[in-house]
Design a binder for this molecule. Sequence first.
Ligand code: GLU
Length: 373
Amino acid sequence: MRNEILTRAKRIVIKIGSSLIASRATGLRPEQIERLADEIAALKASGRDILLVSSGAIISGIKKLALKEYPKSLPVKQAAAAVGQSRLIWAYEKAFERMGIHVAQILLTHQDLADRRRFLNARYTLTALIGFGIIPIINENDTVSVEEIRVGDNDTLASEVAHLVDADMLIILSDVDGLYTEDPRKNPSATLIDLIPEITEDIERRAGVSSTFEGTGGMATKIRAAKKVGGYGVPTLIINGERAGLLPHVLAGGPGGSLFLARERRLTSRKHWIAFTLRSRGHLRLDQGAVDALITRGKSLLASGIVDVTGDFDAGDPVSCLDPDGKEIAKGLVNFPSDLLDRIKGLKTQDISRQIGRQEYEEVIHRDDLVIL
Ligand code: GLU
């Protein structure tokens, strides 16, 4: 199973973490970028389509601006990202040029992905670039990203890109070997898990508490990224990018890294986008009857099953549905704004028009706009 996935994946998104290609002391590490470029070019030569999501802009900018410490203020951080991004892409440009491969720079924010038209547009552009044999190199557009429109971290960005381009696999190159049974620094008998069939709550909890599983980045965001793309049928490999030759070795079927399998029943692109790209603007707490109707009977959400409405949202916005215990069970695009929904919650469909005078929709969230999580 593992070998088949690794050897057959054709379109691959590879995330390269800052710590692999840059350090605070030296700035970018061109020799590392060259070594990774060699390995990636070989994968491309074997017929795979490669897209990179690379961090390292801010750390490279810090060095270029000769800042003494990591910037605290947002404008300085964004300035560092701006000067660092050009150096970063230049380093890749030079490294890949040695093999006659062209690269392209793509900078994205959450806003680009949350707007369905821009999302599709980005998809077509990336597909066109791949058609030209170019390696797209993607990063967050840090220079214009404020909190509300940020993706936030490049593990998450890479998972969204994998969905965007309909990848066969996401690879997260990091400075750890993968997921261990226990914290290897505390317990020397801990072993690397080479195949994770399902991301259970236990796996998530393990990654969540053990920030010591690795030096930087955190295993939690990587597991979350794997879970996200897994819902779209894309498996994730977490592998140590510091070890020369390991990446091609593992993709040829050799041991190394941790492979997280994907769910078999993949969501449609639009449902995946609702579930994993959009951010909820509010919460609807449901009664058990509504939870059962949604989960086991595949029904639309009606007002009668809603107990409580929180948040300030408009019709068409994404909202989360919670079970009576407060656990998120579904997400969807709501047909009513929050103030109106607050007035009709709990009402039977036939009583709604009496309450609000008109009724465009019977469903609060139509099943076509609803994703069970
Ligand atoms: N976009 C940031 C950078 O290029 C890195 C974000 C991350 O590593 O998660 O510096």
